[in-house]
Design a protein around this ligand. Structure first.
Ligand SMILES: NC(=O)c1ccc[n+]([C@@H]2O[C@H](COP(=O)([O-])OP(=O)(O)OC[C@H]3O[C@@H](n4cnc5c(N)ncnc54)[C@H](OP(=O)(O)O)[C@@H]3O)[C@@H](O)[C@H]2O)c1
Length: 192
């Protein structure tokens, strides 16, 4: 649901926009890229080398390998950026936005003695008041209407649930280790 809210309610996506999804191979990003395509967007997906084929299979128009490519370099600018990873500075993200583009920060960040990993998310709305770009953060909400919308898209085959693997509850430690190792494509499900 955070993927849907990041694109629609916070990102205010409109048809045909150029959308950059940073962290497109993860639990949130694997849905965000697919949902952006529902709006006929041109989607550029950022992930690591071994997952490029995976994000392409989810429908991304273009893929960028963060281990050797910088999304802020080159001529491309994006109308909407979802930053689901955790390590890009606001200046780098702004460089990749169109002059009136929108940034939605979904992921936190490491460090920040006083801000507890929310430094960018707190600075973005303040900076946004002084620049033409919209710099925002997502605080996702649990909502039945979002679940219904996602369920309808899945039932229609427009969005494919991307579950890497399923673990019983007593193997949750193993599942968490795989997540922490960056080994997972999409989501892990725990059966109870
Ligand atoms: N704001 C909210 O309301 C909200 C809601 C839900 C989640 N979140 C946050 O969103 C973040 C992601 O959640 P998730 O479940 O999607 O995590 P995840 O499944 O671990 O996915 C992380 C993603 O980040 C990518 N990534 C890692 N290092 C990167 C780098 N240096 N440059 C670019 N991309 C990089 C990974 O790519 P590879 O796997 O290819 O390395 C992967 O696609 C977390 O911080 C979570 O707390 C926030």
């Amino acid at each position: 649901m955070s993927d849907l809210q990041a694109l629609t309610e916070v990102g205010r996506i409109s048809r045909g926009q150029r959308v950059l999804v940073i962290g497109a191979s993860g639990g949130v990003g694997s849905y965000a890229g697919q949902l952006a395509r529902v709006f006929e967007s041109e989607v550029t997906a950022v992930c690591s080398t071994s997952k490029l084929g995976y994000v392409r299979s989810l429908g991304a128009d273009h893929v960028l390998d963060y281990t050797c490519q910088d999304f802020a370099d080159g001529p491309h600018r994006y109308d909407l950026i979802l930053d689901i990873a955790e390590n890009s500075s606001l200046s780098r993200l702004r460089r990749a936005l169109t002059p009136a583009g929108t940034l939605v920060i979904v992921g936190g960040e490491e460090g920040g003695r006083w801000t507890g990993g929310f430094g960018r998310s707190l600075r973005a709305p303040i900076l946004s008041a002084f620049v033409p770009q919209r710099l925002t953060m997502l605080a996702s909400k649990e909502r039945a209407s979002d679940q219904e919308q996602l369920a309808a898209l899945m039932a229609a085959g427009t969005v494919t649930p991307s579950v890497d693997s399923t673990y019983p509850l007593d193997h949750v430690g193993e599942a968490m280790r795989r997540l922490e190792a960056g080994d997972v494509r999409g989501k892990i499900a725990i059966t109870i």
